[in-house]
Design a protein around this ligand. Structure first.
Ligand code: F6P
Ligand code: MG
Length: 446
């Protein structure tokens, strides 16, 4: 029986579920995030200025005046959001501003009205808030490089260090295994990377969401919470890749910095251990965000600050050594970090071929692309209201630059690829938005 996807192609998740999690997000969660970000900036602006070796008191006064202007812009953004005002054009000369403003104009042309916070699609308005917020800093004189979420990302990493040490020690323990013996750990580290995605500060509206329990102990009872599990297929895929003995390119579209990023890098390390990735004949490309995004998403500086933090973590030689090893992978270009505007646009991934064909073709060079997290999943599935048994390949709507894997904890009402006999009534009411359940999808490019 083929489930036809009754997709409300032109009804995005927000309009369809105006009382659902999307509504709560825009009405409550995003304003809370804005207020916390405003407070943090109010507290941190002077230490940021001093950290950048600006010591002239006249400059401090000038920067102080500018900080007040930025705080006013953040307060205005929050007011517009909670009173359902229209979105507007972005200001600035960054490379993506015109694309954002074209998207705004296209919306008006299609809907014959301006997008407002409660009537436009959830994906658009949530992405817009983060990009609009970042323009306040990037167009300023004194705060161009200020990351409004840096304090929260740093704190989340530091609060996760006991879990980092547990995982790092375990990784060191299994490093002595033969390639054959190590294979059984791949499935385990795929799950650890999946569950690392629970540590996201966006869903917690900035509240501490660090990994404080052992990531290993949790695994056993988390297994049944993986509701779509293609890990067997993924293992087969890696086994075939190893047999091909070709130069392998593995792409990872990263999600959250801190503990989740650490679990992603541990997974790569285990792929080296098993020979699924040959350290000398493979390249791993990490796609990072160009702008502060959904609070905890990984920017280039977050990647380096994890490795630097590890290299200087004197409580554990294992973590120190691992940080040094991973720094060397970057130095030797076995790992490269790639920034691209596309990941911080409002477009879902089915538009990439048109909007950024170079990126689509670049990913097409890889043997596999792994998408981490919920927002990436929403963009893979177009943030549309799918019947959850719709095959994932269908939900991709033509986006398949290469074989594709999604490791995602479920935090939004978008899902597909479920077994026909899946019974939602057997799960808690909030199973789609709690982050308590996960999915491992693999779609092979034939
Ligand atoms: O559901 C809350 C939310 O902010 C979503 O809007 C977004 O898709 C997700 O969290 C971000 O989670 P992740 O970091 O896994 O992409
Ligand atoms: Mg994220």
């Amino acid at each position: 029986m083929i489930i036809r996807s009754i997709v409300n192609q032109d009804v995005d998740i927000f309009q369809f579920h105006s009382r659902c999690f999307a509504y709560v997000t825009i009405k409550d969660r995003l304003p809370t995030i804005l207020v916390k970000t405003l407070d943090a900036f109010h507290r941190n602006w002077l230490s940021f200025i001093k950290r950048n070796q600006i010591n002239d008191s006249n400059d401090w006064k000038d920067a102080g005046d500018e900080s007040k202007k930025i705080i006013g812009e953040m307060a205005k953004l929050k007011y517009e959001m909670v009173t359902d005002k229209p979105l507007d054009k972005l200001i600035g000369n960054a490379t993506d501003i015109d694309i954002w403003n074209d998207y705004f104009q296209e919306y008006i042309k299609k809907h014959r009205e301006e997008p407002t916070w409660f009537t436009a699609p959830w994906l658009y308005v949530e992405c817009f808030m983060y990009r609009k917020l970042s323009t306040f800093f990037e167009t300023s004189k004194w705060f161009k490089k200020y990351d409004p979420f840096e304090e929260q990302k740093q704190h989340a990493l530091q609060s996760s260090m006991s879990a980092v040490v547990i995982l790092g020690n375990y990784l060191a323990l299994i490093t002595g295994n033969t390639q054959e013996e190590a294979i059984k750990f791949v499935d385990m580290f795929i799950q650890i990377s999946l569950w690392g995605n629970k540590c996201d500060l966006s869903i917690s509206a900035g509240n501490d969401n660090s990994q404080i329990t052992s990531p290993l102990k949790d695994l056993v009872n988390l297994k049944e919470k993986i509701l779509v599990n293609d890990s067997e297929k993924l293992l087969d895929f890696f086994t075939k890749l190893k047999a091909d003995k070709q130069q392998v390119i593995l792409d990872i579209v990263l999600d959250n910095a801190g503990f989740e990023l650490f679990t992603d890098l541990c997974l790569i390390e285990v792929l080296y251990l098993t020979g699924f990735l040959d350290l000398k004949h493979s390249l791993v490309r990490f796609y990072v965000k160009k702008h502060p995004w959904f609070i905890s998403d990984t920017m280039k500086h977050d990647f380096y600050s994890l490795l630097d933090y590890m290299k200087n973590y004197h409580e554990s030689n294992i973590i120190k050594d691992l940080g040094g090893k991973w720094h060397n992978y970057l130095a030797n270009k076995q790992w490269i970090l790639i920034e691209n505007d596309y990941w911080t646009l409002p477009h879902d991934f089915s538009a990439m071929k048109i909007v950024n064909p170079d990126l689509y073709n670049q990913i097409g060079q890889a043997n596999l692309v792994i998408f981490k997290g919920d927002l990436n999943y929403r963009k893979l599935a177009g943030d549309l209201n799918w019947i959850i048994q719709t095959p994932f390949r269908e939900a991709l709507r033509g986006f398949l630059p290469t074989s594709l894997c999604s490791l995602r904890t479920i935090k939004a009402n978008v899902a597909c690829g479920f077994p026909i006999d899946f019974k939602q009534e057997n799960y808690p009411k909030d199973w789609m938005v709690s982050g308590e359940f996960g999915m491992i999808h693999l779609v092979k490019k034939e």
